[in-house]
Write a protein that binds this ligand. Structure first.
Ligand code: SF4
Ligand code: SF4
Length: 380
């Protein structure tokens, strides 16, 4: 893929981040692969494929693009759209088995919420290895004899990703707002669009400044910004915006009840839209809208054999596995984002979720039912 193509794909995928963008599934040759070249699987989200191809430039490898319905790896796997069947299907139908002498396939770690290593291995005879979270680490992972460092396992939310997320929110919201305003109030379009972009950039770029106050406990389900327990923060934001607008209108002599009413409704709409509690748009914080945010992972020491799959797939580095003593512990359990990957992959069912009321959600439920956008396990 040319650099220009890559830039175009990146821009389009960023402004339309919340929409699927499928590309062709099947086998892609990278460089001039031979019978010993590594085999990697990814999803068929256009941007992901472009990033993996770019990361693999200069190497010889096979890339298997599996059907994830045009959605990125983590969302598709967690939502039941990137499954065992999709990985098995691409291994069996792409022709890769005739192209290589080995049976080792690297699958992105974030697929561990929906793709079960032991099922794929049993049904295909391929050994599944969890690759790094980010495409940029693939080369180092391959050069490091398929050993993942901690940095390769953990999700991050750097400013580049925060900027992308802010754009992904601001673009569709400002577009819809502008279209709605065309027949109603044209003069308001520009300030409204600027307001949406300003708030969106502020919320995501400033994330590290307020993230320490984000916590699951005490948060309500509903239209809450980063809810400090009472859910009143968005009212303060709305009040501040209205105060600024009214003060400005009074200064330029343009203040009227019509002005206050129209701007009151418009700015409240913007604040509510941007108050969806980040809506799971960050990889490090579970939205208060998600029902499963209060679940806790429970580790049954009697069943654990210390094989370490949990540590290998946890994107938040919650685990420590002592391979000499064959034990696992969760010294950083508070970082958990309830993705379920560890529970899905544990071969001895030593892990399960427990609700605040003490209900046990067994591994079979997590494997069978996937999350919808509201954090309910509904999708089979
Ligand atoms: S994957 Fe299961 S058995 Fe293995 S260390 Fe983790 S909890 Fe223990
Ligand atoms: S401990 Fe939490 S974040 Fe880590 S894999 Fe398990 S469910 Fe996901």
């Amino acid at each position: 893929m040319s650099l220009l193509n890559y830039v175009v794909v990146s821009i389009v995928a960023t402004i339309l981040r919340f929409f699927p963008w499928p590309c062709k599934t099947g086998l892609y040759d990278i460089g001039q692969p031979d019978r010993d070249s590594p085999v990697l699987v990814t999803c068929n989200y256009r941007l992901t494929v472009a990033r993996v191809q770019k990361a693999l430039q200069g190497l010889n490898a096979y890339l298997l693009v599996a059907n994830s319905r045009g959605i990125n790896v983590w969302c598709a796997a967690t939502g039941g759209l990137f499954t065992n069947h999709d990985v098995i299907s691409v291994l069996k139908t792409s022709g890769i088995e005739e192209r290589v002498d080995h049976r080792q396939v690297i699958v992105p770690q974030l697929a561990a919420t929906g793709v079960e290593a032991k099922v794929v291995e049993r049904k295909t005879g391929w050994k599944l290895i969890w690759g790094p979270v980010y495409a940029d680490d693939i080369t180092a992972f391959l050069e490091g004899k398929l050993e993942k460092t901690r940095g390769m396992r953990v999700v991050r939310f750097p400013w580049t990703q925060r900027l992308e997320t802010a754009i992904a929110w601001a673009f569709p919201i400002s577009l819809v707002s502008a279209l709605v305003m065309i027949p109603l109030w044209r003069e308001a379009i520009l300030p409204l669009v600027l307001l949406v972009w300003g708030l969106s950039l502020l919320i995501f770029l400033a994330f590290p400044l307020y993230s320490r106050w984000l916590a699951s406990e005490g948060r309500r389900i509903g239209f809450t910004l980063f809810d400090f327990g009472r859910g009143g923060f968005q009212v303060i934001v709305w009040g501040a915006i209205m105060f600024g607008l009214v003060a400005h209108a009074a200064l330029v002599g343009d203040l009227s009840w019509g002005f206050v009413a129209r701007w009151g409704v418009a700015s409240l709409g913007v604040v509510l839209m941007l108050s969806l509690d980040l809506m799971g748009s960050t990889p490090v914080y579970k939205s208060g809208l998600h029902e499963d945010r209060l679940l806790r992972v429970v580790l049954d020491q009697d069943k654990c054999r210390g094989v370490g799959y949990c540590e290998d797939v946890c994107p938040r580095d919650c685990y420590h596995v002592d391979r000499d003593r064959h034990t696992a512990t969760m010294p950083r359990a508070e970082r958990c984002v309830q993705c379920g990957a560890c529970i899905v992959q544990c071969p001895f069912d030593a892990l399960h979720f427990r609700s605040p009321k003490g209900e046990v959600i067994p591994p079979e439920t997590i494997r069978k039912f996937k999350l919808n956008l509201m954090g309910k396990r509904l999708v089979r």
